[in-house]
Design a protein around this ligand. Structure first.
Ligand SMILES: [Zn+2]
Length: 168
C-alpha cells in the first residue's frame, strides 16, 4: 500500500508524486513564486519555508526522503515553465564533499538532476565547494561576500543557467 508522505492516508493513484490530493492543495498554498532581480542574475523563490514544506525539506535530508526530489522537481519545472524563465542548463550549490560522504547524497544535486530530466534540459556540475560556509540567511551583503570568499571553484560556464539551492 502506498501512503501519502505527509498525512499517511492511502494513495489510490498518483504513486509517482507520493502526496495525496488534499496535501497537494495544502502544499500549493505555500508556493511563494517570488522573483528577485539582482541585475546580472535573478533569484527565484519557489516555496515559503514553513508548514508541510518545512516537513518535506527535513525529510529530504534523510535517505528515505530521497524520492522527494521527484515531488519537488514537479513543482519546480511547472513554475519555470509557467513563469517563462529561460533555462538551458540546471546545476546546484553543492554541499561539502565530507558532508556528502556522511549523508550519502546531496539533496540539491538530486533535485537538479531530476528537474533536468523532467524539463529535458542539460544537467551540469558547475561548482565545487572548497569549504563549508555558515548559513547565509541572516548575514548582510558584505558578510555574505566574506563568508563565500574562496568557498567554491567554478568548473564550468554556461548561459541561461538555473542553480538550485535548498534552504537547509
Ligand atoms: Zn496527504
Amino acid at each position: 500500500m502506498y501512503k501519502c508522505v505527509l498525512c499517511k492516508s492511502e494513495l489510490f493513484n498518483n504513486y509517482d508524486e507520493m502526496i495525496c490530493d488534499n496535501c497537494k492543495v495544502n502544499i500549493a498554498s505555500y508556493l511563494r513564486l517570488e522573483l528577485i532581480d539582482r541585475g546580472n542574475y535573478k533569484i527565484y523563490v519557489l516555496f515559503f519555508y514553513e508548514g508541510d514544506i518545512k516537513k518535506l525539506i527535513r525529510c529530504f535530508k534523510f535517505h528515505e526522503g530521497t524520492y522527494l526530489a521527484k515531488v519537488f522537481s514537479i513543482y519546480l519545472s511547472r513554475a519555470i515553465r509557467e513563469e517563462g524563465i529561460p533555462c538551458e542548463t540546471i546545476s546546484y550549490i553543492p554541499m561539502h564533499s565530507k558532508k556528502k560522504a556522511i549523508r550519502g547524497f546531496d539533496q540539491a544535486e538530486l533535485l537538479a538532476r531530476q528537474s533536468a530530466i523532467i524539463m529535458n534540459v542539460n544537467f551540469s556540475k558547475i561548482l565545487i565547494r572548497k569549504k563549508r560556509t555558515k548559513s547565509l540567511y541572516n548575514l548582510d551583503k558584505e558578510a555574505r561576500k566574506i563568508e563565500l570568499r574562496d568557498a567554491f571553484i567554478l568548473v564550468n560556464k554556461t548561459d541561461n543557467l538555473l542553480i538550485i539551492e535548498i534552504n537547509r
